[in-house]
Design a protein around this ligand. Structure first.
Ligand code: HEC
Length: 130
């Protein structure tokens, strides 16, 4: 009998705390999406090309910010300015990754004309926002 009241109080406290736990879990997501910069101009055009199934379809293989599709055929595309400070290197990868890695499964978007030279520039503008 002496234990019943504290146990009940603990249970009540746990139930009361539940909404708090839910709220705390949602906070990082809300803060994270607020930090994503709004895209404009060619970077926005590049994002549309990258996410389009008929064009880049990059999401089939890469996880990219701005989409909630997780893919791990290729590496997550993030921090690309630090990884590829020279724009021509990124253009070369999107144009024809087979030149760098003959075994790659990544389509040569420029070589097979899935993306025009202008579209590749737009995709690279978008990649530099990641
Ligand atoms: C069929 C899968 C596939 C698709 C579609 C694809 N990629 Fe890739 N990508 C890869 C793989 C696998 C790699 C790893 C390197 C390799 O295979 O040579 C890669 C590597 C890369 C890299 C180099 C990243 C690094 O850290 O070395 C970039 C940048 C990149 N892809 C951009 C893109 C973009 C932009 C698109 C869409 C226009 C795209 N990829 C579409 C599979 C894909």
């Amino acid at each position: 009998m002496r234990l019943t009241i504290p146990v009940l109080l603990l249970a009540a406290a746990a139930i009361l705390a539940l909404p708090e736990i839910g709220a705390a879990q949602q906070k990082p997501t809300a803060a994270g999406s607020a930090a994503v910069p709004a895209l404009t101009g060619s970077a926005l055009a590049g994002q549309k090309l990258a996410f389009s199934r008929k064009k880049g379809n990059c999401l089939a293989c890469h996880t990219m910010r701005g989409s909630d599709v997780p893919s791990n055929v290729g590496p997550e595309l993030v921090n690309l300015k630090a990884l590829f400070p020279h724009r021509k290197d990124l253009v070369a990868i999107v144009t024809n990754e087979q030149a760098r890695n003959p075994q790659t499964v990544m389509p040569p978007f420029g070589k097979n004309l899935i993306l025009s030279a202008k579209e590749i520039q737009e995709v690279v503008d978008f990649l530099y926002t990641l």
